[in-house]
Design a protein around this ligand. Structure first.
Ligand SMILES: O=C(O)CCC(=O)C(=O)O
Length: 254
């Protein structure tokens, strides 16, 4: 459960990093599911940065009856998001982010609501929760954020490499005023960030992978107009707190 201080930090900064949300055993199970043949490999594609380096990404909108679904519906994540948004939420989409050693590309500065806006969401009442599967460091391309940028409103976005990137001059002005924080994060931590928080990450030129699982949620009051968008706008049925361990046991015992 988030503390009052963590909620206040999120309101002020547009992000909050919460350590030890998942145990080393749970992270090991998630990583095994990232690397084995299945959902994470089936949906995988490359997204190039401006210099041509690629990050791998697998994205889906359904809540599957597996380890990934257990994380997406974990009360540790969903209750956090509900507390930060102060309302009921639904699952928008989830994604596995793979930054491979030495070749994993950068993510350009953007707001997630920069493009979710185009899906027909009227408000930026949307939150992402980034779960570190490896320790995320400056060297392997951890997420960077502009603190307080969630209060700037939505900037225009265009194409930068294969990605959606925000108006670079305006982003630089925001950085000059607000600064940048490198969100170095231990494995098992969860970084909650607002749909309008500016974020990016640098290429992974280290020898270590930087893998993460990001679950994204929308407020139930913010269902896109026009029938577009991601996910099914229904309240989330939360999984039991030991669901990840139970899935792994079920697979192990056949
Ligand atoms: O994985 C990263 O470093 C960046 C991810 C990101 O920017 C996003 O999912 O919107």
């Amino acid at each position: 459960m988030l503390t009052l201080e963590q909620i206040q930090a999120y309101d002020r900064d547009g992000y909050v990093l919460v350590p030890d949300v998942f145990t080393p055993q749970e992270i090991e199970i998630m990583l095994a599911n990232v690397t084995k043949e299945g959902k994470a490999t089936k949906h995988q594609f490359d997204l190039k940065d401006a210099s041509g380096l690629a990050s791998k990404l697998a994205l889906w909108s359904d809540v599957s009856d597996d380890v990934f679904g257990a994380v997406t519906t974990s009360p540790r994540v969903v209750n956090g998001v509900r507390l930060l948004l102060r309302e009921e939420v639904y699952h928008w989409h989830s994604k596995v982010m793979l930054k491979e050693p030495r070749v994993g590309g950068a993510w350009e500065w953007h707001q997630d609501y920069g493009y979710w806006y185009g899906d027909g969401c009227l408000y930026p009442r949307m939150i992402s929760c980034m779960i570190a599967l490896d320790p995320a460091t400056k060297a392997n391309g951890c997420l960077k954020v502009v603190p307080g940028s969630h209060l700037l409103g939505r900037f225009d976005h265009g194409r930068v490499g294969g990605q959606a990137g925000a108006d670079q001059q305006r982003v630089q002005a925001a950085i000059d005023r607000l600064g940048v924080v490198y969100c170095e994060a231990p494995a098992g931590s969860a970084l909650f960030f607002h749909g309008n928080t500016f974020h990016s990450s640098e290429a992974n030129l280290s020898d270590q992978p930087r893998r993460a699982y990001i679950c994204c949620y929308n407020a139930l009051s913010n269902v896109p107009y026009g029938g577009g968008g991601h996910g099914r706008p229904v309240p989330i049925t939360m999984s039991p707190d030991d669901a990840i361990l139970r899935f792994a046991e079920a697979v192990a015992t056949g």
